[in-house]
Write a protein that binds this ligand. Sequence first.
Ligand SMILES: [Zn+2]
Length: 318
Amino acid sequence: MKPLTTTTIGSFPLPPGIEEFKRSLKLQVEAGVDYPALPQLEDFCEIFLRDIAERGKGLKRQGEQYVLVGPIEPPREPSIVQEAVLAINTLKEMGVQGRLKVQVTGPLTLSSLVKFLDKNALAYPDIVESFADAIGEIVACACSHEEVEVAFIDEPMTYYALWSGYEDKFVVNCLNRALRKVPKGVERGIHICGDARGLHRVTLNLDVDVIHHEVAGSPQNLDAYTPSNLVQSGKMLGIGVVTVKPLDERVRIEEVEEIEKLMVQAAEKYQGKVVFAPDCGFKGLLEALPIEQAVQVVYEKLSNMVKASAKLKERFAR
Ligand SMILES: [Zn+2]
């Protein structure tokens, strides 16, 4: 990703369906987002767990949860591949060539939702590693078309995995293992929401080009990295510049000036080595709003983010 460009995290407040999928892409293109994300209209964990359970090996659905029943193997043709093709064609119809971002859910997060014996599978390092390999295959397949330019791993459980006793090194190796088959030429990123302070011990050692955290809703995350460490690492920081959660059943749409102020602050601090996105996915808006209103809110937030980034690009070009 070029510095100061925009993308999204992936989830949208629409029910699953082909028309809704296309609409979520159009929404991003019409708002002017530089790297539109492959829309996720279902839960970001369910998508991959179900795919492994139904088309791969090792997982079984039992009632409301997934249970490990053997060695994890990825689906031979992951459903994300067809989605990527649909997204590429939809973008082409709108005159957009390439620039697609895909995202997969990380091994720590996926294994935390699977039961093995009486425990959570996240407690077993070898199971976590097998999820890393499976997700590694899935993301590599998703990147098989040249229009896919960016691949992110979403790993909200990183903090919990460290807190529960995993060493930094294990977590780093595991995440790198999940990303190792991403083809050269595709940029890699990680998204971790929540408090990012202290996570630099892991994130700065990952084979990624972009590290994204929420900042609009968690302003302290702007201090999670020292400028020199970030610049030395050669990575870019992805800054969440608009919130995605309703506050007191109210959804606030940030003004362009407010977003620009945050962007300037981040860009100055990290010497322009920043890109922008919302704090997280937008699915949560449905808790506070009916679908059409939620979609309108997403459009307004994204287009204000894009307008602010355009102003920032001008300012930095001077
Ligand atoms: Zn998130």
